[in-house]
Each structure stands twice: as structure tokens, then as C-alpha cells.
Design a protein around this ligand. Structure first.
Ligand SMILES: [Ca+2]
Ligand SMILES: [Ca+2]
Ligand SMILES: [Ca+2]
Length: 263
């Protein structure tokens, strides 16, 4: 009898457990706005392909889940970086330029939900051309040191020295591989420093990447830009970005080939 009794009791318990789970799911479901299912998002490139946003409707999005407050008003938690976009009449709305590897939430009217997590991003940068139009020395070539910074990180392993006589274009042949994730935008800067030490040769250290300057021993200038991924809605793209400095102490411009993977 016991051999039979225990399995039957077990089955009863299992049924009761299942009922509790289904009730919990039903309650969860009823707590969600009915229209939530109408907005769907698929990660792609720097954001999401979104369906369910009508022409002219405003889709808000942010880094934390909104909620309905006690007055029935949809509210975003403080500190949420809430932005918005408009439905443009197309079935699929691309929302790009988001932080990689980051969960985003949406709200439309009093409905809300989770868009999902953006794809991870890998970026390779190849500095492939520099044109120096003012080497900062009126007589002869400038004694120029070259410094590179990307995604907020100074890459000292890329430093080089090149006696440079304007105007000249050359390939610095410097690259940075495998910068993973980070912010929606990626900063990039190149600084040139000229040695003007009168009685000896000075080697600059600790580049400041400040816009320009002259301290008697050195003259310097920085060309900076920001890589914009907002239009990238595919999972692989190459684009060329340019930077320039056009200061009275020094002037140059350059390009970098940027390769981007989302995965
Ligand atoms: Ca100089
Ligand atoms: Ca010169
Ligand atoms: Ca000099």
C-alpha cells in the first residue's frame, strides 16, 4: 500500500505545485500592460530592429525598467538615461547608437517592457594616413613625436618619432585591435609634439592630448574625433574617420580605418 500511496501523494503535490506556478504566472501576466506584446525588438548592430511602433508614436527607452506609480502614471526610476525616438511609418524602426552589451527598456504610452540586451562590439582601429601641413618649425623639419589615444586609453606602445617637414603625407602604420564594448561613442585622438629644445634634444613624455600649446621646449597640438556607431545596423562594417588640428603652433589631419563587429 505504501508503495502506491507515496507516488499518488507525490503526484498530488506536483499538481498542487504546478497550480501555484501557473497562478503566479497568471498574476505576473496580468500585472503586465496588455499592449506590451505589441513592441518587439531584435538586437542588430548598434541597437535594435523594433516593430510595433506606429507612425508618429513616441517610443521612450532607457537603462532601467519604468513602472506605473500610485497615481497610475508611467515613471522612470531616477538616474535612468531616458531618450526617445519616433515611429517613422516603416514596419521596422532601427534604434541605433546604443551602448553595446547593455539591457534597454521601453515605454509607449502607459505600456512598457524590455527591449533586450544590445550586441557586444569589437572595434579595430588602423591609423593609415597623416598629412602634416605645419610642422611648427619655420626653418627645416619639425622634430615630431606622435601619440595615439582611443576609447580614453593612451597607447604608449604606438609612440614614434619622425622628423617631419611640411607639407607631407605618410602612413603611420599604427593600429589598435580588439577594443571590446564601451560607450555608445568612441573617442579617438592623435597628438603631435615638436621638440624645440635649444641646446639639447628633449623627448616628450606623458602626452596630455590637450588641444594645443607651447611651453618653450615643446609645441604640440591634438586632433580628436568621436566614432559614431548610430547608423550601424549590420553586424560588420568598415568606415573611415578623420581628425585634424589646425592651430597656429601646428597643423595636421589624418584618417583611421575603423572595423566594427557586433556579435
Ligand atoms: Ca617648433
Ligand atoms: Ca618646417
Ligand atoms: Ca622643433
Amino acid at each position: 500500500m505504501k508503495l502506491i500511496y507515496f507516488p499518488r501523494s507525490f503526484a498530488g503535490l506536483a499538481r498542487a505545485g504546478l497550480a501555484v506556478i501557473m497562478l503566479a504566472l497568471a498574476l505576473l501576466g496580468s500585472a503586465r500592460p496588455a499592449a506590451a506584446a505589441s513592441v518587439n525588438a531584435a538586437p542588430s548592430g548598434s541597437g535594435f530592429n523594433i516593430s510595433g511602433v506606429g507612425n508618429g508614436q513616441i517610443l521612450f527607452y532607457g537603462l532601467q525598467q519604468p513602472y506605473i506609480n500610485s497615481n497610475g502614471v508611467l515613471t522612470w526610476p531616477s538616474g535612468t538615461d531616458v531618450k526617445y525616438t519616433f515611429g517613422n511609418g516603416s514596419t521596422i524602426l532601427f534604434l541605433g547608437g546604443l551602448r553595446p552589451n547593455t539591457t534597454y527598456h521601453w515605454a509607449l504610452g502607459n505600456s512598457y517592457g524590455t527591449l533586450g540586451k544590445t550586441l557586444q562590439r569589437r572595434v579595430d582601429i588602423s591609423f593609415n594616413a597623416i598629412t602634416v601641413t605645419n610642422d611648427s618649425d619655420s626653418t627645416g623639419a619639425g622634430e615630431l613625436y606622435y601619440f595615439f589615444k582611443a576609447n580614453g586609453v593612451y597607447h604608449s606602445e604606438l609612440d614614434f618619432y619622425r622628423s617631419t617637414s611640411a607639407t607631407v603625407t605618410f602612413n603611420p602604420n599604427r593600429s589598435i585591435s580588439a577594443i571590446f564594448n564601451g560607450n555608445a561613442f568612441m573617442s579617438l585622438a592623435v597628438e603631435l609634439v615638436d621638440d624645440d629644445c635649444t641646446f639639447s634634444t628633449c623627448k616628450p613624455t606623458n602626452p596630455t592630448f590637450s588641444r594645443y600649446g607651447d611651453n618653450g621646449d615643446f609645441e604640440w597640438a591634438t586632433g580628436a574625433t568621436s566614432i559614431d556607431f548610430s547608423s550601424v545596423n549590420t553586424n560588420y562594417v568598415q568606415k573611415t574617420v578623420s581628425y585634424s588640428a589646425n592651430e597656429f603652433v601646428m597643423a595636421f589631419s589624418g584618417t583611421a580605418l575603423v572595423t566594427v563587429w557586433y556579435y
